[in-house]
Design a protein around this ligand. Structure first.
Ligand SMILES: [Zn+2]
Length: 418
């Protein structure tokens, strides 16, 4: 392809689609509230499915409510090249998280249609059920069922705070499809791409429109209980205390140091803590807190785990307390496929777009997909790195750049037939 033959997406149409979709569940502060499988989600889904059909896509809905739109290829034996993301949002979410990836995929199809470009492999655009995990847990439910991490029965049995199940809500809004989860006509995707806002501050700080995502950080989550002894704050001398909060505070500091020792891809966060009895004149007898470790490599996570166990035991001993650590959740690190990562980088280069290699610190549907299909992701900057917030914002030209990279990367993997 020479530069002249290189198709470009329609930036104004992409922006308009995002703004139209953001009207469904729009909040007064300019955000979006479209929780999975609510009436608002149904309206959003209906709108996007309508656009899929207008673009000539053949729509397929699977048994857990994932939706796919297919544009036929010229080679009947070729596996589809797919893209997608999610259109459910957090309770006070923004216009771009997830929605950008789906609208960018739709814009790729519309552009191919405008130009009459045929591809050898079919092109698919998907949106995955309940990525956010806000109304129903766990997160990334639809892509998890598609890739066999969860069974469809497990997913459909999950209930929200009012006791309503995923299965019943899927049926109620008309999105409990017939296609078995994970079944793709012609076989599993030959490649999968996801375009997404970065949800972090790096690209904006460096003034770059494109992040070539090399992989996603693995995650290990723990519940920690530090047990000391409640005692009166006055009569108990300092050296005779079993102060669970003091020991926990030192452990929290250690979590931070463990992650810094694993720069640049280590992350360590204590985001939840509970002090018992939480009374100003009582030495705390028990503290419960969470630990969230992330790393790009499993051996990094293993080092962090070992350093925590050893360090917490020593700090508990020093503080005359006991500590119990339980691992409650784990996501394996994902290294995206070299061919897909190269296609994203190549697309950015062809378009003359400044770019850098990045890793994803957040979970995405693409992480589950990467276990079954060669996968790549494209990041674009978002304002101040903020997402999961009504003030989430992104520049139209950055979104257009990301969609153009998606278009060229998908074309490279799918192959032009003309
Ligand atoms: Zn997202």
């Amino acid at each position: 392809m020479t530069t002249l033959e290189m198709p470009r997406i329609n930036a104004a149409r992409l922006w308009q689609s995002l703004m139209d979709l953001a009207q469904v569940g729009a909040t007064p502060k300019g955000g979006v509230r479209r929780l999975a499988l609510t009436d608002e989600d149904r309206q959003g889904r209906d709108r996007v499915v309508g656009w899929f059909r207008e673009a000539g896509l053949e729509v397929r809905i699977d048994e857990v409510g994932n939706v796919f739109g297919r544009r036929a290829g010229t080679d009947a034996a070729a596996r589809a090249v797919a893209t997608g993301s999610h259109i459910d949002t957090q309770p006070s979410g923004g216009k771009f998280d997830g929605n950008f990836g789906v609208m960018a995929g739709l814009e790729v199809v519309r552009t191919l249609n405008d130009r009459g470009i045929r591809t050898r492999a079919p092109i698919e655009v998907a949106f995955w059920m309940n990525e956010e995990g806000s109304r129903f847990t766990p997160v990334m439910m639809g892509s998890g069922a598609f890739t066999g991490v969860f069974t469809p029965d497990f997913v459909r049995a999950q209930r929200d705070i009012d006791g309503l199940s995923v299965g019943d809500e899927l049926a109620r809004i008309g999105y409990r499809g017939q296609v078995p989860a994970g079944q793709v006509p012609g076989g599993m995707f030959g490649a999968y791409f996801e375009a997404h806002i970065e949800q972090g501050p790096i690209l904006e700080a460096k003034g770059l429109p494109i992040g070539v995502v090399a992989g996603a950080l693995g995650q290990q989550w723990y519940d920690v209980v530090v047990t000391g002894q409640d005692a009166h704050a006055g009569p108990t001398p300092m050296e005779l205390r079993h102060d669970a909060l003091l020991a926990a505070a030192r452990m929290i500091d250690l979590v931070n140091r463990i992650a810094k020792d694993e720069a640049p891809h280590g992350r360590g966060t204590v985001g939840f803590a509970q002090v018992i009895p939480n009374s100003r004149n009582v030495i705390p007898g028990e503290v419960r807190f969470s630990v969230d470790f992330r790393h790009l490599a499993q051996d990094g996570l293993d080092r962090m785990d070992a350093a925590m166990h050893e360090g917490f035991a020593a700090l508990a001993r020093d503080g005359q307390c006991r500590v119990a650590i339980e691992q409650v959740c784990k996501f394996e690190p994902a290294q995206f496929h070299p061919d897909c990562v190269a296609s994203v980088r190549h697309a950015a280069e062809q378009l003359g777009l400044p770019h850098m290699d990045v890793v994803s610190g957040a979970g995405h549907d693409a992480v589950y997909l990467s276990a079954l299909a060669p996968t790549g992701m494209i990041f674009v900057p978002c304002k101040d790195g903020i997402s999961h917030n009504e003030i989430e914002d992104a520049q139209p030209e950055h979104l257009a750049a990301g969609a153009n990279v998606l278009l060229l990367a998908m074309l490279e993997r799918a192959g032009r037939a003309d």
